[in-house]
Design a protein around this ligand. Structure first.
Ligand SMILES: Cc1cc2nc3c(=O)[nH]c(=O)nc-3n(C[C@H](O)[C@H](O)[C@H](O)COP(=O)(O)OP(=O)(O)OC[C@H]3O[C@@H](n4cnc5c(N)ncnc54)[C@H](O)[C@@H]3O)c2cc1C
Length: 392
């Protein structure tokens, strides 16, 4: 019996993990992407992404984070080099941890789940992480079993696993249109004028997805500034005294990472971002720089004079409520979407592929509803505010 075929558009972490899981389930998988893989423009292609289970009161993402961390550790054992670094996570609070704040609710939820996060005050913050202006952050907590992953390298590893499973990767060839008949999608047309027919078509093109499928009312691209800094005093930013951090993130949006092997400290901002067309020029503006300096001057004074060696405007694939969009189009059977990472999808790389493959297998699973197809523009409006609570 011939294998069921799947064509995937998009070689970021959503597309590649789906390709691996579907190939393991016996599908014949082809994946196309207009870039070289990993694509430099992909959100997944980066030096680091936060990997954590701190998600406020959301126990589903907390448990998914927990399972992802265990799998990242297993990958560390199997892969040529460890790409997940468990350096700990510092959640800093300016106004003190209060009920309903992201920091307070994450702290409580972790403790209820049996974890042992370490609450700090000004003195203990000064002792643990002297780079911080402890006067500005009198409260918060440190949680050791969290950290970051070197996302571009993780994606490269996943691409080679996909290849070893027989996935056909076609680079520099993107989705140009769908092959449709009688409300059914049976494949796609590429930017090289090729027609690829398949039983199932999965569009996992990140920030481009909404634009490619006419869904920008509910799935849009937003730009977020990223800065790479070279500190004058690198010792202050080593992982043992400068873990991954979120600085009162629901209020300021700022988060960052310890110094890496290239002597770079990455600092970035998670907020509503700027709506942008994914093919537009991506610019980190003077205002972004000013906002960075404002943050550093009150929070991390030793970074104010650090050289900025690289900037990037990285694009989220956003949904109104911050939950991923993983489902079949009710009006175009055979067409599936997996996108909407909304700035927090990469950490779930170890779990994403099976979640997406379960959807293509029409399998039900806990919380499937949160990834379901959005009804339309109306639904968009009343979900806006809840998105802001989804941190990194
Ligand atoms: C600034 C920033 C910081 C982030 N920080 C974190 C973090 O700390 N922790 C975390 O867990 N997550 C984080 N995220 C979110 C995470 O990066 C994303 O959720 C995830 O990488 C999205 O993966 P993706 O596969 O959907 O999209 P992408 O990785 O963007 O991949 C989409 C792919 O689609 C391709 N494509 C484009 N057009 C077409 C076409 N026509 N046909 C076929 N393919 C096409 C692109 O070339 C690209 O390769 C962050 C995101 C950003 C932008």
């Amino acid at each position: 019996m011939s294998k069921k075929t799947v064509i995937i558009a998009g070689g970021g972490v959503f597309g590649v993990t789906a390709a691996i899981s579907l190939a393991r389930r016996g599908r014949e998988v082809t994946l196309i992407d207009p870039g070289q893989l990993p694509s430099p423009l992909a959100a997944s292609t980066d030096i680091s992404k936060v990997v954590r289970r701190e998600y406020g009161t959301d126990t589903y993402y907390m448990e998914l984070g927990e399972r992802s961390i265990q799998q990242f550790k297993a990958w560390n054992e199997d892969w040529p080099e460890p790409l997940y670094h468990e350096v700990g996570l510092l959640l800093l609070s300016r106004g003190g941890m209060k009920p309903d704040s992201f920091e307070y609710e994450s702290y409580q939820t972790l403790r209820q789940a049996g974890f042992d996060p370490e609450r700090f005050n000004k003195e203990s913050l000064k002792a643990r992480a002297p780079a911080w202006n402890a006067e500005a952050f009198p409260d918060g907590f440190f949680h050791a079993p969290s950290g970051y992953a070197q996302s571009e390298k993780v994606l490269s590893q996943l691409l080679s696993i996909g290849e070893s499973l027989g996935v056909e990767f076609r680079e520099e060839e993107g989705l140009a249109g769908l092959l449709e008949r009688d409300g059914r999608v049976f494949g796609l047309r590429t930017t090289k004028e090729n027609e690829i027919q398949a039983d199932q078509t999965l569009v996992a093109a990140g920030a481009w997805t909404g634009h490619l499928l006419g869904l920008t009312w509910g799935l849009w691209a937003s730009g977020h500034p990223v800065f790479h800094l070279r500190p004058e005093n690198p010792d202050l930013f080593r992982p043992e005294c400068f873990p991954v951090f979120t600085a009162d993130i629901a209020e300021t949006g700022w988060y960052g990472f310890p110094i890496n092997d290239d002597g770079v400290v990455k600092v970035a901002r998670h907020a509503l971002g700027r709506k942008i067309h994914p093919d537009e020029e991506r610019v980190v503006t003077q205002d972004d720089h000013k906002e960075l300096q404002k943050f550093l001057s009150f929070a991390l004074p030793d970074l104010v004079t650090a050289e900025i060696v690289y900037t990037r405007l990285c694009l989220y694939s956003d949904t109104a409520n911050g939950h991923f969009w993983i489902d079949e189009d009710p009006d175009r059977k055979g067409l599936f979407v997996a996108a909407g990472g909304s700035g927090h999808g990469f950490k779930f790389a170890p779990m994403l592929g099976d979640i997406i493959a379960d959807v293509l297998d029409h399998k039900d699973f806990r919380e499937r509803g949160r990834f379901a197809w959005r009804a339309g523009a109306a639904e968009f409006n009343n979900e806006e505010e809840s998105r802001a609570t989804h941190s990194k």
